[in-house]
Design a protein around this ligand. Structure first.
Ligand code: ADP
Ligand code: ZN
Length: 666
């Protein structure tokens, strides 16, 4: 039943796969090493101007001069003498080493005094034994020599360090050359500057999750109670649920309640471009945790490391991630179950996790943290309204009802946004309207009244939105409408709010009705405008995905009944069905969408006049509510719930209208 959908426009797709783990794993580290080694090697072989440098005694040297072997003498002020051997005499000097002598073979010796050297050379010159150049040079002091020699190494090392730092995350927490392998976990502990004050009181709703997690607190507080009976304390629990539902909050609350240190990090913190870093970070994390035990380690988004390891060796897996995962598994096996470390991890994609992680003795508990339902939303509002100064118009009940599909984080956001809106209007207290505006804003983005739409565009948008509204009003299972607007919001040109029924199971009829309503926009353009436009892309995308899901995953098609081709392996290039079936799926998706599209057109042409009235009303008023739709179409025969909404809408509408009149006059 993954296809539970609410029709809130533009609400982010919570199940979007997490992309963090896809950073390029190109091993730069190794490359730098190779470059460095190559440079060093080059430098070494280059030494002495490509030739050998043999030390000889002064006497020997004098003999060579006398025999005329030497072409050039370089005399240094420290009495060192370098002498270049004439190519013809290389054999005589170096004997069997002559082969290696190179292009500029040199012999080195030391004279007793510079004075004596001078005299000797003069004498030999006069005797005609030596006719080469004499150069005298100053020998730099050893420190500058050393610096000159070491310079290339220093530069290479500096560059290397620079790149390491850059890749190690700016050297902020765990960065720097020598700490890439350190874990990036943030530690919250009593006495530290960042203590976890959070307790279960701060976590609203989530009764079941809290209950399970309370047990963990018990384990940490009094482990003997369980171990005395021979029980083993679980090593880890997995918090499973969509983002923003309070998983981190729960984990912090456990630490706060049990009064133990709390390590927090994200799965992606392990993953770095360097080979071996992930594994060493895991090791470091566990080392730190053991020092602080009893404690809690919280790994957010564990799917970044915990994805199933490659099944197909020929494609080649992501080695670094797999090493990290293996290290994590090893460490989890490594510490005894009574060592007082409990690992909590969060993910919203438990289906992609490696099975080995879920085995007994690792994350053997799964705690589901779902989106809050109506009552839970009330509680969440209760928590987040505490610090906000509200006036008596604010009605938690209404707010909870207006925020279907919102997560705890969304609700926290609504409360904050409402306070900001009120502040912008210079109010002393935050009122109901501020909250409703905040909800609208979070759902649909900021109203963009300034976005210029031509008269024609407005008409086209109005027809489109009226199409959605009409069909969702006329179909039994479509989500009842709350309000429709043609004021551009965020990236959408118009929007309709619906109140989805909060159900756990959706029937095929419900899904088809929803699909039909979603197609109502395009159908209306087609029927009443005569041409179709780009405005429906979002609708079409949703419909296509939904139809594919119904046919390929939910077994809801006539030709492929009761088959589910769902595969949780994102990287598998092999479809779990034959080409023929693929064709059939395509065909069935097309048929299903076509059928609903025709149905939408049918319904709209049967209710042409009403649709036109609705569109006109939208053009005139920009925002219309369920009540207006009811004026035109009459009561919904199945409308127990939408009436309830309308009761509330009534009041809201009037305030909204008077607001709008005000702005228009202004
Ligand atoms: P997750 O880890 O599931 O993505 P978080 O725990 O980080 O979500 O939640 C983000 C914020 O949303 C929290 O700091 C809190 O303000 C709010 N929140 C989420 N769920 C709840 C809840 N059940 N009760 C109160 N606040 C919540
Ligand atoms: Zn639409």
């Amino acid at each position: 039943m993954e296809e539970q959908k609410n029709n809130i426009p533009n609400k982010g797709n919570n199940n979007a796969p997490n992309n963090r783990s896809f950073r390029p794993k190109f091993n730069l580290n190794l490359m730098y090493m190779i470059i460095a080694i190559m440079l060093i090697a080059l430098y070494m072989t280059n030494e002495g101007g490509s030739g050998i440098n043999q030390e000889i005694s002064y006497n020997e040297w004098q003999t060579y001069i006398r025999q005329g072997y030497i072409s050039k003498v370089v005399a240094y002020d420290d009495r060192t003498i370098e002498s270049y051997i004439k190519p013809d005499h290389v054999k005589d000097v170096f004997k069997d080493k002559a082969e290696e002598a190179g292009r500029n073979p040199v012999v080195v010796t030391k004279s007793l005094t510079l004075q004596g050297l001078d005299e000797f050379l003069q004498k030999e010159k006069d005797a005609g034994h030596f006719d080469g150049q004499i150069v005298s040079k100053e020998k730099g002091n050893y420190f500058t020599m050393f610096l000159l020699n070491a310079l290339p190494f220093i530069v290479i090392f500096g560059l290397w360090m620079f790149f390491m730092r850059r890749m190690g995350g700016g050297g902020s927490i765990g960065g720097g050359l020598f700490s890439v392998g350190k874990s990036k976990a943030q530690l919250f502990e009593k006495g530290g500057s960042n203590i976890s004050h959070i307790t279960f009181k701060d976590v609203a709703g989530q009764a079941e999750a809290k209950q399970e997690v309370e047990e963990i607190v018990e384990f940490l507080k009094s482990p003997q109670k369980f171990t005395d009976l021979g029980g083993k304390i679980p090593k880890g629990a997995l918090l499973v649920g969509p983002p923003g539902t309070g998983k981190t909050l729960l984990a912090k609350a456990v630490a706060g309640e049990a009064n133990v240190p709390f390590f927090s990090l994200a799965g992606s913190d392990f993953v770095e471009m360097f080979v071996g870093v992930g594994a060493s970070r895991v090791r470091d994390l566990f080392k730190q945790a053991k020092e602080k035990a009893p404690c809690i380690v919280f790994i957010d988004e564990i799917d970044a490391v915990g994805r199933a390891r490659g099944k197909n060796p020929s494609i080649g897996g992501n080695d670094e991630r797999e090493n990290t995962l293996n290290q994590l598994l090893t460490e989890m096996d490594g510490f005894g179950s009574n060592s007082g470390i409990i690992i909590l991890a969060a993910t919203n994609r438990v289906d992609v996790l490696d099975k080995a992680l879920l085995r007994a003795g690792r994350f053997d508990r799964q705690i589901h943290v779902d989106l809050p339902d109506l009552n839970e939303r009330k509680e969440v509002f209760g928590v987040h309204l505490r610090p906000i100064k509200i006036d008596n118009t604010v009605d938690i009940d209404l707010l909870a009802r207006q925020t279907p599909g919102f997560s705890g984080a969304d609700i926290a956001n609504v409360c904050n946004e409402a306070a900001l809106i009120a502040a912008r209007h210079g109010k002393k207290f935050v009122g109901k309207q501020d909250f409703l505006d905040a909800v609208d804003r979070i759902v649909g983005g900021l109203e963009k009244k300034s976005k210029i739409t031509t008269e024609g565009e407005r008409r086209s948008i109005a027809l489109h939105e009226a199409g959605h509204a009409s069909i969702s009003w006329l179909l039994e299972y479509a989500n009842p409408l709350v309000k429709v607007t043609i004021v551009p919001r965020g990236r959408a040109l118009g929007a309709a709010w619906y109140l989805p029924e909060e159900r756990q199971i959706t029937t095929k009829e419900q899904m088809l009705d929803e699909m039909c309503a979603t197609l109502g926009g395009r159908a209306a353009e087609d029927l009443f405008l005569g041409h179709i436009s780009t405005g429906a892309m979002n609708d079409l995308e949703r419909v296509t995905k939904q139809a594919f899901g119904m046919i390929a995953y939910l077994g809801m098609s006539d030709k492929l009944p009761n088959l589910c081709y769902y595969s949780n392996d994102d990287y598998s290039f092999v479809k779990p069905y034959s080409d023929k079936t693929a064709e059939m799926i395509d065909e069935e998706v097309k048929n299903m969408v076509n059928e609903q599209y025709n149905r939408a057109k049918q319904i709209l042409s049967e209710h042409k006049e009403q649709h036109a009235q609705l569109a006109q009303l939208l053009i005139d008023k920009e925002v219309i509510f369920a009540e207006d739709v009811e004026h035109i179409f009459g009561k919904r025969p199945w409308a127990s719930r939408s009436e309830e909404i309308m009761g509330e809408q009534d009041k809201e509408k009037h305030t909204k209208e008077s607001n709008e009149q005000k702005t228009e006059k202004a």
